[in-house]
Ligand binder design. Structure first.
Ligand SMILES: Cc1cc2nc3c(=O)[nH]c(=O)nc-3n(C[C@H](O)[C@H](O)[C@H](O)COP(=O)(O)OP(=O)(O)OC[C@H]3O[C@@H](n4cnc5c(N)ncnc54)[C@H](O)[C@@H]3O)c2cc1C
Length: 303
């Protein structure tokens, strides 16, 4: 029986783990990976203490700090579900294990939204990618398409304009990203913007060789010959593990108050998976710290 189980090894979960360990809680951290979305970030310029740090380096530092403490850590394990009975939580993993605790912090973050078109699943990792800053260099001097119209799509376009021979920006809507980003990319000679176009299919045998798109207004269909497709249409919270257990909003974010409490006593949540508005590393880390301190307070009252 643990006092606290933390689900997720991103900035929120790792910071929660350090705070829990410093309070000498008998705690377990379970995560699919270490670092979460920070693994997809090449350079970070807004984490205090570093004017610039690579994502991988920041995660190494977080991990070193977590591993200084005698915490139980289960990596490479996913939590599909959790339940609660008589004030005790049971957290099950995809490895068939079940762990019990008196309190839980869900810090499971977000994952990329998928297009759900034919070819996407089959060609994942074979030209279909979800992180231009991670996989962009693989498409040096090739033609690529970036799908999306928000800030992440524009940032992906900005990255890929420096790497690829040509970039097509395909968006279902007019551009919704910040005008500063639009101004940065729109004059590039190797960019074609195809706004109000829908992606119908991603094609290719072993690797991506094109995408089929359709104009929303003229209904004209066309094929773009590209070797890479970057799907940048937003992120969805990894909250299904708590479906039916905890209150979520219309975006499937776990509803928390300013003490990181959910509607279930003893169940806390922190970081991008929650309703806390700004999704940033420094915010997630701060929320992870708060959640662990509030969980400690909750556990003290049980003793
Ligand atoms: C491309 C990109 C660039 C970014 N750049 C910046 C930047 O420059 N500056 C900045 O401040 N922020 C940036 N962000 C945002 C920042 O990365 C996130 O706000 C931050 O990582 C959120 O931390 P988190 O711990 O809440 O979630 P995540 O980082 O998403 O971590 C969630 C963790 O939970 C694990 N997990 C998920 N589901 C389960 C499950 N069912 N069972 C077990 N484990 C699970 C995951 O494996 C992961 O370890 C960027 C994000 C992206 C995608």
């Amino acid at each position: 029986m643990y006092e606290l189980i933390i689900i997720g090894g991103g900035p929120a979960g790792m910071t929660a783990a350090v705070y829990a360990a410093r309070k000498k809680l008998k705690a377990l951290l379970i995560s699919k990976d270490i670092g979460g979305q920070v693994n997809w970030t090449m350079g970070i310029e807004n984490y205090m203490g570093y004017q610039f740090i690579e994502g991988a380096e920041l995660i190494r530092k977080f991990e070193e700090q977590v591993k200084q403490f005698p915490l139980d850590i289960k990596l490479g394990e996913s939590v599909p579900s959790l339940s609660q009975k008589d004030g005790i939580f049971e957290v099950r993993t995809d490895k068939g294990e079940a762990y019990q605790s008196k309190a839980v912090i869900i810090a499971s973050g977000k994952r990329p939204r998928q297009l759900n078109v034919p070819g996407e699943e089959r060609l994942k990792g074979r030209g279909v990618a979800y992180c231009a800053s991670c996989d962009g260099p693989l498409f040096s001097d090739m033609k690529v398409a970036v799908i999306g119209g928000g800030n992440s799509a524009l940032e992906a376009v900005d990255d890929m304009l420096k790497i690829a021979e040509h970039v097509y920006l395909v968006s279902l809507t007019p551009i919704t990203g910040d005008s500063i980003l639009i101004d940065k990319v729109k004059a590039a000679s190797n960019l074609t913007m195809l706004l109000e176009h829908e992606v119908m299919e991603i094609t290719g045998d072993k690797f991506v060789d094109g995408i089929k798109i359709k104009g929303l207004n003229d209904k004209a269909e066309r094929t773009l010959q590209v070797s890479g497709v970057f799907v940048e249409i937003g992120l969805i919270p990894n909250s299904t593990l708590a479906e039916g257990v905890v209150a979520r909003n219309q975006y499937s974010e776990i509803v928390v108050n300013c003490d990181n409490e959910t509607n279930v006593p003893g169940l806390f949540a922190a970081g991008d998976v929650t309703t806390v508005p700004e999704k940033q590393i420094v915010v997630a880390a701060g929320e992870g710290a708060k959640a662990a301190l509030r969980a400690n307070h909750y556990l003290q009252r049980l003793r």
